[in-house]
Structures are given as C-alpha cells and as structure tokens.
Design a protein around this ligand. Structure first.
Ligand SMILES: O=C(NCCO)c1cc(-c2ccc(F)cc2)cc(O)c1O
Ligand SMILES: [Mg+2]
Length: 214
C-alpha cells in the first residue's frame, strides 16, 4: 500500500515550507500539485479570488465545508483577524488527520477548529457545540450534491444573517447544478459567478459568490 496522496502532500510541506509561515505552506502545496501530482485543493488561481472575497468580508466567524488537506483552511485563516474563528468540517478521517498537521505546520491551529463528521449532522449542532450565533462567511468545497441541502440547512438553523457571504468552489467542474439553480433563483440571495480554472489545469471552473439577503 504505502503512502496516500494527502500523506505525500504533507511530506512536501514538511520538506519545502517554513514552520509557522502560512504563505510558504500554500506555495509548497501549489508547487507539489502543479509539478508532481494533482490534488483537489482550491489552488492558486481560484485561491486569489477566495483571498479577495475573504478580505472584503473580513469575517469574525467562518464555516468551511470540506477541509481535504487544509489548503483552503490555511488560505482563509492566514487572512483572518485576531480573535476570529474558523470551523472546518471534514467527513474523511484520513483527510482530517493530514489537514490537522498542515494547519498546525502553518501555525494557525489557534484560529481553526477542525470537526470530523457529516455536515448534515454537524450544522444543526454548531450553536450548542461551538457557541456560534451566525457565520459571516461560508466556503463550500465538499461533496457537490451536498451544497444545496446544506445551504438550506444553514438557513433553517438560523446560522446565516443579512450579509453572510457564501462562496462555493467547483460550480462548473465537477459542477454543482442544483446549488447554482437554488442560489440564482432564490430571492434570498444575490449571486455572482467568478470565472477561473480548475486547480492546476487549463479547464474552466469557477466560484459562485452568494450574499444572503435575510
Ligand atoms: O470532490 C471534491 N471535493 C470534495 C472532496 O471531499 C472536488 C473534486 C474535484 C475534481 C475531481 C476530479 C476531477 F477530474 C475534477 C475535479 C475538484 C475539487 O476542487 C473538489 O473540491
Ligand atoms: Mg474544490
């Protein structure tokens, strides 16, 4: 059997990045995935859009659905103000184990709470377990057919407030058609598509930014 792709990515970070330096962790992962082996991180092209939308919102509370190896977790947390909190949800324990180590290597563990489990089970527990009133920013990057049901669940659990920004990865590739239909047709969202590329490739992909109107 040997190592997994996430484990090889972690090794590349430990070899090429500087402990406590989030930007070097991001660069090490991008270099590895562009030149050694592809992996499903949001990547550097879409990552620049994520950075700019995140900085515009300057959120106090962030929810990330789909941690994978923690690349976008590091991208987001490195830009968040002192005292702000990021909760990231990952279903796959092997992914979560690598992500914990990459987030810690970047020195961002104090801002980040990684929760293992299913988003559908965990979203209704956010208030009681983590003392969250609302999320200011939600990054959707997990199973593409979970984007729509989980968005409805966030609404029903009162976790979105007027102005909350949802940013969804992969709305073209692999695609999240049901989600796009939902946010683009609902009067409760103002949506906009940011065209980009599938991570480390020339294929089209993009991010959908949707502002909850309350
Ligand atoms: O499934 C994804 N994420 C949830 C993991 O639990 C995912 C997949 C892909 C992708 C894969 C295979 C391909 F051929 C093209 C795209 C890309 C991504 O950015 C993703 O987030
Ligand atoms: Mg993705």
């Amino acid at each position: 059997t040997g190592t997994s792709r996430p484990q090889r990515m972690l090794k590349a970070v430990q070899k090429n990045a500087t402990k406590g330096d989030p930007q070097s962790v991001i660069s090490a992962i991008d270099y590895y995935c562009r030149h050694k082996e592809w992996a499903m991180n949001v990547g550097d092209d879409k990552g620049l859009i994520l950075d700019s939308v995140l900085m515009e919102v300057n959120p106090s509370t962030v929810l990330e659905l789909g941690t994978y190896c923690g690349y976008s977790t590091v991208r987001i947390a490195r830009l968040m103000s002192p005292g702000s909190k990021l909760i990231t949800v990952e279903f796959n324990p092997a992914f979560a184990e690598v992500a914990r180590q990459i987030i810690a290597y970047a020195g961002l563990q104090d801002k980040v709470t990684l929760v293992e489990g299913s988003s559908g089970d965990l979203i209704p527990k956010m208030k009681e377990r983590f003392g969250i009133k609302y999320f200011d920013f939600v990054f959707l990057d997990h199973w593409k057919d979970s984007y729509a049901p989980d968005t409805k669940l966030l609404e029903d659990c009162g976790l979105l407030k007027k102005g909350t920004v949802l940013l969804a990865d992969n709305v073209i590739c692999p695609g999240a058609p049901e989600y796009l239909k939902y946010v683009r047709n609902s009067p409760r969202y103002e949506s906009r598509y940011y065209k980009s590329n599938l991570e480390y490739t020339k294929a089209e992909d993009g991010l959908e930014k949707s502002v909850f109107l309350g």
